[in-house]
Structure formats: structure tokens, C-alpha cells
Design a protein around this ligand. Structure first.
Ligand code: FAD
Length: 334
């Protein structure tokens, strides 16, 4: 980051500290906040201490035109080795409230999805079993329309409270977020911040709920590289095909760039075998993507999200990233 930008962010950090809305860290390495264990420093890393403080921080930063990115548990992210020239705001400590009312649950978006699934299980409420092995926050799950085992967030989310620049907090019906396979309006409008959501569950036999969850967990352990840092599925499935099968069939398991490796357990996972850098993961993704395109004329689209320069801060489109890197592949339909 340029020296002038660093000085400006030092002033932003100083001012944020004086507002007393939470913990403010400068040049915080983001590998500490991602499941890939990859990523350079955030110019400023802010952990607001509650929802009010979160909203105050968003208003304050927006009012001054300071770039910001909201982070959940960083389980679907590849962060640039050069870091992020923005205020990175963590939802994990601030948006933590959970309130059950009958078969409805309202939860802050910093709550872990696995925790929410277990809280529902304990109350004999069904609907979140699929989430028992998705290791992010509720917020990240809304943005990604996270899903597994035939279900996804879209099936259970009734309403979402968001923050919008200049408009503050507002609650909208789930349909407003245009959920689709690993997609939502949040991805097209990265200025939106999810604060909380209301989820509708249904009463069911607690033993059946527990059995389903145990079955999903066991399946995970058998089919995914548990224990090695990764960010989940790298590419979306190009329906009706499966990205993992296509990647496996071009012989990519075990391909390596530096410490980034295509998992031998599941070909749609890239694992960090030690000190992998984002640039190595990108190189590996390009190799895999090119091989699948050459073999099948199928364009794989990344599921994991990129944060960092040179392509910009929040909301960077992966398509821009590929084309900017001169690695754009012609779409079959283009
Ligand atoms: C081992 C493993 C298994 C996985 N399995 C699955 C799976 O089965 N199914 C699946 O769908 N995913 C899976 N994932 C991917 C990941 O867990 C999900 O996408 C998860 O929902 C991301 O949540 P997060 O809190 O980590 O989001 P992050 O990675 O922190 O962020 C993801 C995106 O959401 C944005 N964001 C986060 N919080 C907010 C907010 N409150 N408001 C606005 N924007 C926000 C971020 O800026 C970023 O663009 C897996 C990942 C791992 C590591």
C-alpha cells in the first residue's frame, strides 16, 4: 500500500478508536481471519462491540467515503497477499444475538451457522440440518445462499434486516434478495450489509433431526479434506455437471503451485499445505479452469470470493479478475 494511503488509514484508525465502538487494529494480517490461512493485512480491522456500534461504524465510514468490507468467518474467501486497502469490519463479535419465538428464530448475522443449527436442534426445530457442516456465519451464508444436502438458506430465510448507505437499517422479505444457486443480491450490491435475519423452522422429532445432522457430518468427514486449511468448494457446479468430477477427470488432483494443492480427497477443493499465497491459489485455479475448458468447453465459475487489489476492494467481480489478468476464457455463448 502506498505511504500516503497508509497515513490516511492511520488517521481513520485513530478516529475510529476515539469513537469507542469496538476494537480497532491497524495492519491486521487477514490470514488470521480466513479458513484458507491466506491473506495480507487489512489497513484497518474493526470489531464493533454490538449492533448499534456496527451501524454507527457503517454510517461514519460511509459519510467519509472510506472503503469498507464486511467479513464473517472468512470461510469462502481468498484474500490478496497484498492485503486490503479498506476498513475490514468483522461481524463476528457484534451481531451475535439469537432469539427464538415459537418456530421462528431471529439471529444476528455474526452468529455461526453451525451454532444456529445446533440451537434449532436442541429446540426440536427442523430446517437447518443442512447447515451443520457449513462453517461460516449467518451473514456469509445469506450472501452466498449457502447450501448442502439439497437445501439452502433461501428455503428458510423469511426476512432480512440490512444496512444500506444513506438509508440506515431496513427489514425486507427474503424474496428481495434474489437467492439463487450460491448467489444473492448481496453479491451484486456489495454496499449492502446484512445485520440480522428471521428464519422459519418447523417442529419435528428431535431424534430424527439429530440423526440427519450426524449423517451429514459423517458424509463430510468421508468426502472432504477435513483438517487442511481451505475455503470450501472453489468452483460452482455447472449444472447439471459437478465441478469436482470434471476437475478429477482432467487428472488435476494433486496439482500444485507452491503450497496450494488440488485436494486428493475432493478435486473441487484447494488446500493450503503450509505457506500458500493467494497468487498461487489463483495460478492453480487458472490451470484447472483452462484444463476443464479445453476438455469439455465448460467454463467453471468461482464460488470463492476475492478481496483485495489490484482489482478493487469490496465486491470485486471474479470475471473482471480473470479478464484483467489476461486469462479470460471465451464463453461458449459469447
Ligand atoms: C470446509 C468448508 C466446507 C464448506 N462447505 C460449504 C457447503 O457445504 N455449502 C456452502 O454453501 N458453502 C460451504 N463452504 C463455504 C462457506 O462456509 C460458506 O460460503 C459460508 O456461508 C461463508 O460464510 P462466512 O461467514 O465465512 O463468510 P465470509 O467468507 O467471511 O464472506 C463471504 C462473503 O460474504 C460477505 N459478507 C459476510 N458477512 C456479511 C454481512 N453480514 N453483510 C454483507 N456481506 C457479508 C463478505 O464480504 C464476502 O463477500 C465451506 C467452506 C469450508 C471452509
Amino acid at each position: 500500500m502506498k505511504e500516503t494511503a497508509l497515513k490516511e488509514f492511520a488517521l481513520v484508525a485513530r478516529d475510529l478508536k476515539s469513537l469507542e465502538i469496538g476494537r480497532v487494529l491497524e495492519e491486521e494480517p487477514l490470514y488470521r481471519h480466513t479458513s484458507f490461512r491466506i491473506g495480507g493485512p487489512a489497513a484497518v480491522f474493526l470489531e464493533p462491540s454490538g449492533e448499534e456500534e456496527m451501524v454507527a461504524a457503517l454510517d461514519w465510514l460511509h459519510g467519509r467515503g472510506i472503503p469498507m468490507v464486511v467479513l464473517g468467518l472468512g470461510t469462502n474467501l481468498l484474500v490478496s497477499d497484498r492485503g486490503v486497502g479498506a476498513v475490514v469490519i468483522s461481524s463476528v463479535r457484534s451481531l451475535r444475538q439469537v432469539e427464538f419465538r415459537g418456530h421462528l428464530v431471529r439471529a444476528g448475522t455474526g452468529v455461526g451457522l453451525v451454532r444456529l443449527a445446533h440451537l434449532a436442534e436442541a429446540r426440536g426445530l427442523s430446517g437447518l440440518e443442512f447447515a451443520v457442516s457449513i462453517p461460516g456465519t449467518l451473514g456469509g451464508a445469506l450472501v452466498m445462499n449457502a447450501g448442502a444436502h439439497g437445501s439452502a438458506m433461501a428455503a428458510v430465510v423469511r426476512r432480512v434486516t440490512i444496512w444500506q448507505p444513506g438509508r440506515g437499517a431496513e427489514t425486507l422479505d427474503g424474496q428481495a434478495f434474489e437467492f439463487d444457486y450460491r448467489e444473492s443480491r448481496f453479491q451484486r450490491a456489495p454496499e449492502l450489509v446484512a445485520l440480522s435475519a428471521e428464519i422459519e423452522l418447523e417442529p419435528a422429532d428431535p431424534v430424527a433431526i439429530r440423526d440427519r445432522m450426524a449423517h451429514f457430518m459423517e458424509y463430510r468427514k468421508r468426502t472432504q479434506p477435513v483438517g487442511e486449511p481451505n475455503a470450501g468448494s472453489v468452483f460452482k457446479n455447472p449444472a447439471p455437471l459437478y465441478a469436482g468430477k470434471l476437475i478429477d477427470s482432467v487428472g488435476a488432483k494433486g496439482w500444485r503451485e507452491g503450497d496450494a494443492e488440488v485436494s486428493a480427497v475432493h478435486a473441487n477443493f484447494i488446500v493450503n499445505r503450509g505457506q500458500a499465497r493467494a497468487i498461487e491459489v489463483l495460478a492453480l485455479m487458472r490451470r484447472v479452469r483452462r484444463a476443464v475448458y479445453q476438455a469439455y468447453h465448460v467454463v467453471l465459475r468461482p464460488e470463492i470470493r476475492w478481496i483485495g487489489p489490484p482489482e478493487g476492494g469490496a465486491g470485486t467481480s471474479w470475471e473482471n479478475l480473470w479478464y484483467a489478468a489476461g486469462e479470460g476464457l471465451t464463453e461458449p455463448s459469447a
